[in-house]
Design a protein around this ligand. Structure first.
Ligand code: MTE
Ligand code: HPA
Ligand code: MOS
Length: 727
């Protein structure tokens, strides 16, 4: 690398490379295999080589382009099939098996083999990756980071600078969206900024422009699955084997737990009595893929939904009938393939109610009539369920802390370990504290997330943050309220049962005073008005080596019906109508939760229909801006829609006010849209055609699929099946 022209460029203050990292040149979270600055070996097109500090953003970008870098091209593996052929993985292959899948497959009356392909996804957070590093006294470093995981950024910055954790403070006021893309990736940006701040002794702000952000940072894993399923004439799955492979990119990052979650959600809502899943974590010379809303779960669920859909088509049945036939039972057939009992199965209830309210049966008939009369624009409909496990699969992450201060004027400052990224967490946790003190929400102020206030936090991820931080904040508030109650009891000579906190007032038998008055008096009586709170999720235990146990505290459920139109001449699809019924337990905030359901659903629709990542033969990402990478917009929201939360079903587990996590599960409701497109395409082929539709179902993918269906070429091989005879 010749960086002299960079340094000589106008406005440039400094250049930093791997040689300038005083500590460890690495930001790997699980395995230390992610260099901050590539040194010698570049493993993907877009890997950071050096950083430039300049007086202005424009000057820095112009200077960076003047670097002279000589590369010696090495053989590259760019996709999953190539990685499988070369047998390269970032982590060892995992196998999860229950029952006798191979034996039962041999004896099954029907058998179907096929392949499911599902693409990746860029997070497209509206605010890109960004950090500011500010040198402090005595070798300290303060970092403002747009991160879902301040504690990890703290650790990695400390390692990079060869400092101790107590010398680095990381703050996050809020993110302009994260979606999983700011769980591990911000550490790179923060560490690079900190290295430069260390080198120059000056504050450094590092912001990636959109194209660089898309090229440089990890995305959702694309997956490939080869399956072999055995079933009976009623559509019940008897045995299933799946070779599940994902593109992890060049390093491990979170690919271990992402692929574990894919394996553990390959059942979705279905009981798989005899099943084998072999999960390959493929190494490719592309950007290292990472967390993205659903964390592997959506990819696993697309696989089983496509299998169930295909079984229905082979048998000439309504896919919903086959889905129902395979649902987990409420009393029997209720143990997952990893050994967790499905204790509060809401799938039957949700699907029955939604099928009814959405008029699924009648509409299916009407669509069949429409398709019989309309050669060009076909329609399709599908109802798919969601069952999603709530908790980090790594049990240790299921903990949280909070810090609550009450000031003498009766106002409250709340700090907790969770971060805000638009999902409404700060509002929800503030609501909890307001409720515990009987105060209006306006009396609670939430401070920025700060590693110096609540230490050793987990990522704000796995949808569990209101469960975790809500409970921790509740514990802190209850500790203070307990002391105040004690004080009131002594002051008014009443029992604890006579004290209550409501509407900004404190009642003690017949007496009452304002919360502010009480707090003022308690202060003068030297009562502590500050407390930490801590929470650990109960009941969970899980062995990540055997992939068995109870990884999840509970499941969140949902169901959706999508109706689509497909233009068979252009391949264009349109979502005409969606009906959603979603389970948020006793919702902490229905307005926020409905927003999460709508946003999650549409983000899923984007993943499965329009967002396409495309790399050229040199391994360069060519879809790195909104000109070529198409996220859904307001115009993609259907004109007819209904989104409702399931009423009257509080969480059967003791979560915060019996609510349920809602951040990720709704994304998977979008599988109904993909299946509806498949339904529309199937109507173009011969009876029982199996569309080989890949996701994302872009117009090109739809046209490719239509060609096969038109030609009567069924890409799936139907082995040992005599569907005609059965019918
Ligand atoms: N909603 C918005 N508006 N922005 C986001 O970045 N991230 C999603 C989800 N909803 C996200 C979002 C992801 S990936 C997760 S894990 C959860 O929010 C995290 O927050 P929670 O645990 O508070 O639900
Ligand atoms: N979900 C989301 N993020 C995570 C997880 C998980 O299960 N484990 C580690 N990071
Ligand atoms: Mo969400 S993918 O767990 O940040």
């Amino acid at each position: 690398m010749d960086l002299a022209p960079v340094l000589a460029s106008a406005g440039v203050v400094a250049v930093a490379t791997a040689a300038d990292v005083p500590g460890e040149n690495n930001y790997g979270s699980a395995v230390h295999d992610d260099p901050i600055f590539a040194a010698g070996l570049v493993e993907y097109a877009g890997a950071p080589l050096f950083a430039v500090a300049a007086a202005t953003y424009g000057a820095a970008r112009a200077a960076a382009r003047r670097a002279k870098v000589d590369y010696e091209p090495l053989p590259a593996i760019l996709d999953i099939r190539a990685a499988l052929a070369a047998n390269t993985t970032v982590l060892p292959t995992q196998r999860l098996v229950r029952g006798r899948p191979h034996e039962v497959l041999e004896q099954a009356p029907h058998r179907l083999k096929g392949t499911v392909r599902v693409g990746g996804q860029d997070h497209f957070y509206l605010e890109g990756q960004i950090a500011i590093a500010l040198p402090q006294e005595d070798g300290g470093m303060l970092v403002h980071s747009s991160t879902q995981h301040p504690s990890e950024v703290q650790q990695i910055v400390a390692h990079a600078l060869a400092r101790r954790a107590n010398q680095v403070t990381v703050q996050c006021r809020r993110m302009g969206g994260g979606f999983g893309g700011k769980e591990t990736q911000p550490a790179l940006i923060a560490a690079a900024a900190a290295v430069m701040a260390h080198k120059t002794g000056r504050p450094i702000k590092l912001r990636l422009d959109r194209d660089t952000d898309m090229v440089m940072t990890g995305k959702r894993h694309d997956f490939l699955a080869d399956y072999d399923v055995g079933f009976d004439s009623s559509g019940r799955i008897l045995a299933l084997t799946v070779m599940l492979a994902s593109r992890c990119g060049y390093s491990a990052d979170l690919s271990g737990p992402v692929n574990d979650r894919a394996m553990m959600h390959l059942d979705n809502a279905y009981f798989l009595e005899n099943v084998e899943i072999i999960s390959h974590r493929c190494k490719t010379h592309t950007v290292s893929n990472t967390a993205f809303r659903g964390f592997g779960g959506p990819q696993g669920m697309v696989v089983i939904e496509q299998i169930v859909d295909s079984i229905a088509r082979v048998l000439g049945m309504d896919p919903l009938v086959v889905r129902r036939r395979n649902f987990y039972g409420t009393h029997d057939r209720n143990v997952t393939h990893y050994g967790q009992v499905v204790e509060d199965n809401l799938v039957h209830l949700l699907v029955d109610r939604l099928a009814e309210s959405a008029g699924y049966r009648e509409r299916r008939k009407r669509i069949a009539e429409w398709n019989a009369a309309q050669p060009i624009v076909r329609r399709g409909i599908a109802l798919t369920p969601v069952k999603f496990g709530i908790s980090f699969t790594a049990t240790m992450f299921n903990q949280a802390g909070a810090l609550v201060h009450v000031y003498t004027d009766g106002t409250v400052l709340l700090n907790h370990g969770g971060t805000e990224m638009g999902q409404g967490l700060f509002t929800k946790v503030a609501q909890v504290v307001a409720t515990e003190f009987g105060l209006p929400l306006a009396a609670i102020r939430v401070s920025a997330t700060d590693t110096s206030k609540v230490p050793n936090t987990s990522a704000t991820a796995a949808s569990a943050s209101s469960d975790l931080n809500g409970k921790a904040a509740q514990a802190a508030a209850q500790a203070i309220r307990g002391r105040l109650t004690q004080f009131v009891c002594e002051k008014f000579s009443v029992g604890e049962a006579d004290v209550s906190f409501r509407d900004g007032l404190v009642f003690a038998g017949p007496q009452k005073l304002t919360f502010a008055e009480l707090v003022g008096e308690a202060y003068r009586a030297r009562v502590s008005l500050s407390s930490t709170g801590f929470y650990r999720t109960p009941k969970i235990e899980y062995d990540k080596n055997t992939l068995r146990g109870r990884p999840f505290f509970y499941f969140a459920y949902g169901a959706a019906v999508s109706e689509v139109a497909v233009d068979t001449l252009t391949g264009e699809t349109q979502l005409l109508r969606v009906d959603i019924l979603h389970d948020a337990g006793r919702s902490l905030n229905p307005a926020i939760d409905l927003g999460q359901v709508e946003g999650g659903f549409l983000q899923g629709v984007g993943w499965l229909t329009s967002e396409e990542l495309w790399w050229n033969e040199q391994g360069e990402l060519r879809t790195h801006a909104p000109s070529t990478y198409k996220i859904p917009t307001a115009r993609d929201w259907p004109s007819h829609w209904s989104v409702e939360l399931l009423e009257g079903r509080p969480n059967s587990e003791e979560t915060i006010y019996r609510s349920k996590a809602v951040g990720e599960p709704p994304l998977m409701l979008a599988i109904s849209t993909l299946m509806a497109i498949r339904d529309a395409i199937a109507s173009c082929g011969s009876d029982r055609a199996l569309p080989d539709l890949t996701a994302p179902a872009t117009p090109e993918a739809v046209l490719r699929c239509l060609e096969n269906v038109d030609a009567g070429t069924i890409v799936y091989r139907v082995a040992a099946v005599d569907a005609e005879a059965d019918a």
